[in-house]
Design a binder for this molecule. Structure first.
Ligand code: ZN
Length: 45
């Protein structure tokens, strides 16, 4: 057994797959990119 705090520290930080920005815990779990990059993906130039 390990302390709960250590368990959470070992979890990978949720970050944008495109720009690497750390995403807030409020972001939907299925997202792999931040809102800014996702907007670019939804509306390609
Ligand atoms: Zn991004």
């Amino acid at each position: 057994m390990q302390p709960v705090s250590e368990f959470y520290n070992n979890l990978p930080r949720k970050s944008c797959a495109h720009c690497g920005a750390v995403m807030s815990e409020q972001a939907e779990s299925y997202k792999t990119s931040c809102d800014e990059c996702e907007a670019k993906n939804n509306y390609p130039a």
